[in-house]
Structures are given as structure tokens and as C-alpha cells.
Design a protein around this ligand. Structure first.
Ligand code: UD1
Ligand code: CA
Length: 459
């Protein structure tokens, strides 16, 4: 195997996306397109990745970090001009250079490896990855000689009527003998419909110099989709969705309706977990084994332990311990940390709080900025009043406490272990260990009041 380098083209603005966001930063299931491309390149075991940046260079560099080296292309004069920016870094090196487009997010490492192996085994100076498209519109067409050898690539805008009918397309992915590439780039001109320096012209230049130029054809288009507009972006999302979901199914996860379930690229899911329709799992989320993720649940950047059951709820930046159950219609917000076997029922919101094992909050409760012990019972409609309009304050609830329904705990406040709050209380002071806190007006009954009240009306 030769030394292998990768050049990723990511300098274009992506005018056809009609977006403030640079094209290659548009996410496909949570990961920017250029992230998918660079990951595939790294997984294919290459020794160097060089990304050509231009529009949005800082955003792209911030995102990719040290996974790549960078060269700026100040003016976007075409794909050949873009590759030429890497001349100082690569020109003298021996080996194979793989060129990838930052807008082909579905290419897989395996395919790239096979392409590079094929290229090196054939001893070609250039090998182009092609595919057969049902609808080749918008792609460069692969023009072959009568013997079936690649003769040149013609861009849609430069193609004759007959050339446009060709269904074999340039996927925008190529392998080159590195030194030959940089020699040939010197001879690329911009005499074409778009006035750009086209990278595919390198193939014709090499061929005219009697160098070996090959093609590696993929049977289906799915991996090679180039995303130039939002229609293609949604197609890419659907293809990626199918790929990710199938991988999880092969690993032992049940999907009731995979077409209606979205799992972002970095999410991990344990065996025997069941995912119901409409679930959307995002970001850096880890789901354990034997979890049930119910209908229309959204989980982002969260850790869900084994055996948890979630029904129609939203969970964001939270940690849920083993065997807990949540929902329907509950919301765990940033920095909520639930212990094991916690019960969060319906219409409960939790924010920035620790909740101990076996604690229950069954109905209509807000828990914010709190530390709640284990085996606590939080009644219906309890509000942790954590905000006075200026600052947030903490509430502490000891183990084995019982908070009666419709109580307010006005922070900062503490309830000792095994304490008891009477229903309807507004607690503003500490309730000591083992004490009953009762903070409400005493009930007064006026005997026969109702009878008197209505009789007066009759008179
Ligand atoms: C390109 C190919 C076309 C192929 C298609 C596959 C050329 C001339 N055409 O067309 O044959 O079928 O990809 O998807 O190469 N870029 C730069 N600097 C530039 C120009 C482009 O970095 O000066 C980057 C873009 O950001 C993009 C990639 O190169 O990531 C491809 O450019 P794009 O304009 O999308 O090329 P296509 O028209 O799709
Ligand atoms: Ca493109």
C-alpha cells in the first residue's frame, strides 16, 4: 500500500442551498456534511487529510479541529483550482491522493478503501469513482471511448444533447498518483461554460499524455449523492436515516417504524431497546439496554441507563438512572440527574436537579435547582419556586420525605430527612428532620351558612 493523502473540497459557498450556513456545514442527521466526509476518509486509514476552505473557513476549521490540515482558497475558481491550493503541502510526496467533495456525505470508508486499492492495483495515474444515475441531471457525465475506456468528463452545462443522455456520472471522488496530479493541474484551463478550472479535466490531460486513467463504477447512486440544494439534502437525510437505523437493527434494537424514526449519527443504543414511531434521538446520546423509547419522544445529549421507560417526553442534557420511568408528556432539562428507579409521571418538568433513587413525582410538578434525596414522594402540583425574578436559589429535600400535593417550596429552603409537608403549604422556612411543616390558613367552617345565604336572597 502506498502513502495515502486526502484532499477534501469545502471552499464553495453553496449558492444553490440558498442559506446563511455554508454548504458543507449543513447537517445530515446531526453531523455536518463535511464531518461525514472527513470521518469516512479517516476510517479509510489515510495518513493525511487536507481540507480546502474558503466560504465559512473559520466555521469549518472550528468544527473539524485537528482532524484535518487546512489550506484556504481565497477565490473559488473551480475544483481544479481548489485542489491546486494543496500544492505546497503535497506536490513532492509519493503516493496516492484521494479527492473528495465536502458535499457527498454518504460515501463510506469501505468504498473509499476499495477505490484506492483498485487504483493502486491497476497502476493507474487517475481513477474516477462513477455511478449509474436514473436521473443524471446536474452531474458531470462520464464519456467513454468505443473500447469502454474513460475519455473525459463533461459538465452538464458544457454537454451536447447526446452527452447529456449518458447516465454514468462523475461522483466527484477520484484517486490520483499524487505527483502526476500536481503536474497535470498546471495544464487545466478555464475554457468552459462556467469559466472555472475543472478538476475532471485532469483525467483528459493524463489520458492525452498516454497515462493510464481508470474508472471504478458503483452500481447504485445511494452513496454518491452530491448535495447542491435542499431537495438533495432531504434525500441524503433519508438515505442516512435508513443506513443508521438498519445498523442499529442489526445490533439488536427494535424499531416499530424505522421510516418514521430519526437517530443521529453519533447516538449509541443498547440491545433489546425498543423504539416507537416518531422518536428523534440527537447529539451525543447514549441509550442502554432494554429501554423503551415511546412515541414522539425527543432525546438530546443525554444518557439513559438500562431498563428505562420513556413515554412521549422530551429529554435534553440529562442523565436517567436504571429502571426509571418518565412520562407521558414530561420534560427533563439541562443537568437533570435522576437516580435509579425514579418515577417521573405526567406533566413533570425537571431542571438542574439531582433526584435520588426510588423518588416519585407522579403528576404536574416543577422541580428546579434542587437536590432531592431517595425515597421521596412529591405530590401532585408541587412547585419548587426557584426564581425570585433576580436570581435562582436551591432547594434541598432529605431522604424519605413526603411533600403533599399543591405545595410550594420557596427557595432557598431545606427539608430535613423524613420530613412531611402538608398539602397546600407554601414552605418558606426549613422543615426539620421528622417534622410536619404546615403552612396554610386554618380551615374555618360556618355552620348552615349556605342555607342562610340563599334564604336572604328569597326575601
Ligand atoms: C462537481 C463535478 C461534477 C460531479 C459533481 C459530483 C467539477 C467541475 N464538477 O460538480 O463533475 O458530477 O461534482 O457531485 O468538479 N469547491 C471548492 N472550490 C471551488 C469550487 C468548488 O472548494 O472553487 C468545492 C465545493 O465546496 C464542493 C465541491 O468542491 O464541496 C464540488 O463543487 P460543486 O460546485 O458542488 O461542484 P458540482 O457542480 O456539484
Ligand atoms: Ca456538488
Amino acid at each position: 500500500m502506498k502513502n495515502r493523502y486526502v484532499v477534501v473540497l469545502a471552499a464553495g459557498q453553496g449558492t444553490r442551498m440558498k442559506s446563511k450556513l455554508y454548504k458543507v456545514m449543513h447537517p445530515v442527521l446531526g453531523r455536518p456534511m463535511v464531518g461525514h466526509v472527513v470521518k469516512a476518509a479517516l476510517d479509510a486509514d489515510v495518513s493525511e487529510v487536507i481540507t480546502i476552505t474558503g466560504f465559512g473557513a473559520d466555521t469549518v476549521k472550528d468544527y473539524l479541529g485537528d482532524r484535518s490540515q487546512y489550506v484556504d482558497q481565497e477565490e473559488q475558481l473551480g475544483t481544479a483550482h481548489a485542489v491546486d491550493q494543496a500544492r505546497d503541502l503535497l506536490e513532492d510526496k509519493e503516493g496516492t491522493t484521494l479527492v473528495l467533495s465536502g458535499d457527498t456525505p454518504l460515501l463510506q470508508a469501505e468504498t473509499l478503501k476499495r477505490l484506492m486499492d483498485f487504483h493502486e492495483e491497476e497502476g493507474a495515474k487517475a481513477t474516477i469513482l462513477t455511478a449509474l444515475a436514473d436521473d443524471p441531471h446536474g452531474y458531470g457525465r462520464v464519456i467513454r471511448t468505443e473500447e469502454g475506456l474513460v475519455s473525459k468528463i463533461v459538465e452538464e452545462k458544457d454537454a451536447t444533447e447526446a452527452e447529456r443522455k449518458v447516465q454514468e456520472i462523475n461522483t466527484g471522488t477520484y484517486c490520483f498518483d499524487n505527483q502526476e496530479l500536481f503536474k497535470a493541474l498546471k495544464n487545466v484551463d478555464n475554457n468552459n461554460a462556467q469559466g472555472e478550472y475543472y478538476l475532471p479535466d485532469v483525467l483528459e490531460i493524463l489520458k492525452d499524455n498516454n497515462e493510464k486513467v481508470g474508472a471504478y463504477q458503483l452500481q447504485n447512486m445511494d452513496e454518491t449523492l452530491g448535495v447542491n440544494n435542499r431537495v438533495a439534502l432531504s434525500e441524503a437525510t433519508n438515505l442516512m436515516q435508513k443506513r443508521i437505523n438498519e445498523q442499529h437493527m442489526m445490533n439488536g434494537v427494535t424499531f416499530i417504524d424505522p421510516a418514521n424514526t430519526y437517530i443521529e449519527a453519533d447516538v449509541q443504543i443498547g440491545q433489546d431497546t425498543v423504539i416507537e414511531p416518531g422518536a428523534y434521538l440527537k447529539g451525543d446520546t447514549v441509550i442502554g439496554e432494554d429501554v423503551v423509547i415511546g412515541l414522539n419522544t425527543v432525546i438530546e445529549d443525554s444518557k439513559i441507563a438500562d431498563g428505562v421507560e420513556i413515554t412521549q417526553s422530551v429529554i435534553d442534557q440529562a442523565i436517567v438512572g436504571k429502571g426509571s420511568d418518565i412520562g407521558p408528556h414530561s420534560h427533563l432539562r439541562k443537568d437533570s440527574h435522576l437516580g435509579e428507579n425514579v418515577h417521573i409521571g405526567n406533566y413533570v418538568e425537571v431542571k438542574n436537579s439531582n433526584i435520588g433513587n426510588h423518588t416519585k413525582a407522579g403528576h404536574h410538578t416543577y422541580i428546579g435547582d434542587a437536590t432531592v434525596g431517595h425515597d421521596v414522594n412529591i405530590g401532585c402540583g408541587v412547585v419548587f419556586a426557584n426564581y425570585d425574578g433576580k436570581s435562582k436559589s436551591k432547594t434541598i429535600v432529605g431522604d424519605h420525605s413526603f411533600i403533599g400535593s399543591n405545595s410550594n417550596l420557596v427557595a432557598p429552603v431545606a427539608l430535613g430527612e423524613n420530613s412531611f409537608v402538608a398539602a397546600g403549604s407554601t414552605i418558606t422556612d426549613e422543615v426539620p428532620e421528622n417534622a410536619l411543616g404546615i403552612a396554610r390558613a386554618r380551615q374555618v367552617n360556618k355552620e348552615n351558612f349556605v342555607l342562610r345565604y340563599f334564604n336572604e336572597d328569597d326575601e
